[in-house]
Design a protein around this ligand. Structure first.
Ligand SMILES: CC(C)(COP(=O)(O)OP(=O)(O)OC[C@H]1O[C@@H](n2cnc3c(N)ncnc32)[C@H](O)[C@@H]1OP(=O)(O)O)[C@@H](O)C(=O)NCCC(=O)NCCS
Length: 190
């Protein structure tokens, strides 16, 4: 365990302190017209477990600042038991990243499938609704070290991606814009 930089260990909490699991039965009202569970139901559960985990670590109310890409790898069926396992992966000054692994279990045959993994950035708020400092993180296992470094790398990549996105601008020349649409499945009607 790397404890060298810790000046006041009271300001640090372990990863395990805030690890949270929520299990929920997928009832028929959660399903879409195809009989599978709505993606929005899973997103809502993910937001809930991220909040519990983040607020426990922060010792404060938290808000969701951003959500990393969510890819639904496999459909979830009505009657499945969905478990969402949340863990603080990374802490900044007032923000922290909660990693969430979602699995779905078929009760009858006990088969378990991994439906998705995502990362929620949560920001702690003080009583004046201003970002509040969060405790540091005690990394208890090698896995925690790996997750912390990966989260920091994702943050760096996202920051440089956001800078690139800010550069995206439509060319001033409208005729050039129309040319750029060549081969696309759209019709300029106006
Ligand atoms: C997210 C929010 C707290 C940021 O507030 P802000 O005044 O811009 O705060 P700052 O710029 O000082 O950033 C505070 C922290 O949030 C992080 N942050 C802000 N926006 C972020 C984003 N889009 N993605 C990831 N992290 C973000 C910053 O990196 C910073 O982290 P750090 O202190 O660990 O370095 C604010 O925009 C907010 O309250 N948004 C609404 C959140 C909400 O209502 N969520 C529910 C949606 S329904």
């Amino acid at each position: 365990m790397v404890m060298t930089a810790l000046t006041d260990q009271a300001d640090y909490k372990t990863v395990s302190f805030s690890q949270t699991t929520i299990t929920e039965l997928m009832i028929p009202s959660y399903s879409n017209f195809g009989g599978k569970i709505h993606g929005g139901i899973l997103l809502s559960l993910m937001d809930k477990v991220a909040y519990v985990c983040a607020a426990k670590h922060a010792g404060n109310y938290c808000v969701t600042a951003s959500i990393d890409t969510v890819d639904f790898l496999q459909p979830v069926e009505v009657g499945d038991l969905v478990s969402l396992m949340a863990s603080v992966n990374y802490v900044g000054k007032t923000s922290l990243v909660v990693g969430i692994r979602v699995i779905s279990e078929n009760i009858k045959n006990s088969s378990v499938k991994h439906t998705n993994t995502s990362y929620f950035t949560m920001v702690a708020k003080d009583e004046h609704n201003k970002p509040a400092q969060v405790p540091g993180l005690v990394l208890e296992h090698r896995e925690h070290v790996r997750r912390f470094i990966e989260a920091r790398r994702r943050k760096e990549i996202k920051q440089s991606y956001m800078k690139e996105v800010e550069q995206i601008k439509m060319p001033d020349n409208y005729e050039h814009c129309i040319e750029m649409l060549h081969g696309e499945r759209c019709i300029v009607a106006g």
